[in-house]
Write a protein that binds this ligand. Sequence first.
Ligand SMILES: Cc1cc2nc3c(=O)[nH]c(=O)nc-3n(C[C@H](O)[C@H](O)[C@H](O)COP(=O)(O)OP(=O)(O)OC[C@H]3O[C@@H](n4cnc5c(N)ncnc54)[C@H](O)[C@@H]3O)c2cc1C
Length: 384
Amino acid sequence: MNRILVAGAGPVGLTAALALARRGRRVTVLEAGDALAGQSRASTFHPPTLEMLDDLGVAGELHERGLVSPTFAYRDRRAGLVALLDLAVLAGDTRYPYRLQCEQSKLTPILLDHLLRHDGCEVHFGWPVAGIAQEPGRVTAIAADGRTLDGRWLIGADGAHSATRRALAVDFAGITYPERFLVASVHDELTGWLDGLAAVNYVYDPVEWCVLLRTPDRWRVLLPTPDGTPDSAELERLPARLLTIHDPGRPWRIAHAGMYRVHQRVAATFRAGRVLLAGDAAHVNNPLGGLGMNSGIHDAVAYAKALAGDDDAAVTAAAAERRRIALEYVQSVSHQNYERMRDADPAARAAHLETLRATAADPARARAALLKSSMIASLRPVAA
Ligand SMILES: Cc1cc2nc3c(=O)[nH]c(=O)nc-3n(C[C@H](O)[C@H](O)[C@H](O)COP(=O)(O)OP(=O)(O)OC[C@H]3O[C@@H](n4cnc5c(N)ncnc54)[C@H](O)[C@@H]3O)c2cc1C
């Protein structure tokens, strides 16, 4: 009965489960799928997330599978490289002054492996949570086929379409962007094609803004795509769009391409009785800046600390604090990133690019900007 239930074996649910297991709690993870998800969505781990994963004993294995990326770049479609930000200026602020580029699908098997080393911890695949019942001191997860499991607490980390959040009738207000995001991974090696390319590159343009990202396996390109056009038409024009980024004299070699609808939404509350919402179940945002999974992992670690002590006031405080950060930091930074990359006002865009150049050239300004973009400032006070 002291068992803690976790809905969802994504990066957030498994981090919460491992963090609880390491604090001596018995955990059961309920995963709808028959296996861990293989999709590689998130690919950037920020410094504080690496610190947390290190505390959980998994950062070493993640580094073996990832790519250390000390810099990232802002570019302009026409002008090329604008500014290269170097996270080395954060050496006094974090033991990981860089981003680690690694697909989320490489983290989850590591977390699962570590979780299952703890006595009393288990993962049930093929167990979709469909309903929740609560009474004093107890929460019951109800599967679609009527199976039930009791626990003292439940963390709903079952993704953006969270059945947990729906079962609790918690509102998920926000916006859906008027365009979709197309993500293509390619077999081509982009280094050398564009001058001064970093592992992560935000490319500004009023219409054809894009992100060029290196993962350990492949380069990825993220492009905006209009709403309402057939997927097939978008995929058909993708090769021509890629050639506008760089024309190597032959078509780019596309490995995979998919389209995502992107939202900015935050749940009305992150705690309802003995249930906490975490990760995409609690908040979703656009992928510009790589904040979604990272902030979900931060939720998981904060909740595990509060739940391990079984202190009701600490649980309430953790849920409220994580919601505040989702609203005040994650939503606002990710939306600002989106607005700036596509700013149609030439004067505003030029002024912003100039600010980026000046920031990169001044270590004190660069540190202040990087404390924010690396998420450190969202988690702890930072000395000037
Ligand atoms: C193109 C793209 C790029 C991105 N890049 C980044 C990035 O670089 N950095 C970053 O931080 N974030 C990024 N994100 C966001 C990131 O992918 C998500 O924030 C992250 O996956 C959230 O993790 P999660 O564990 O909360 O949810 P999910 O990864 O969605 O996992 C939820 C789990 O719950 C399971 N589940 C679903 N329903 C149920 C149910 N009813 N019962 C039980 N289990 C259930 C699912 O099968 C799944 O295993 C990106 C997203 C996209 C689309």
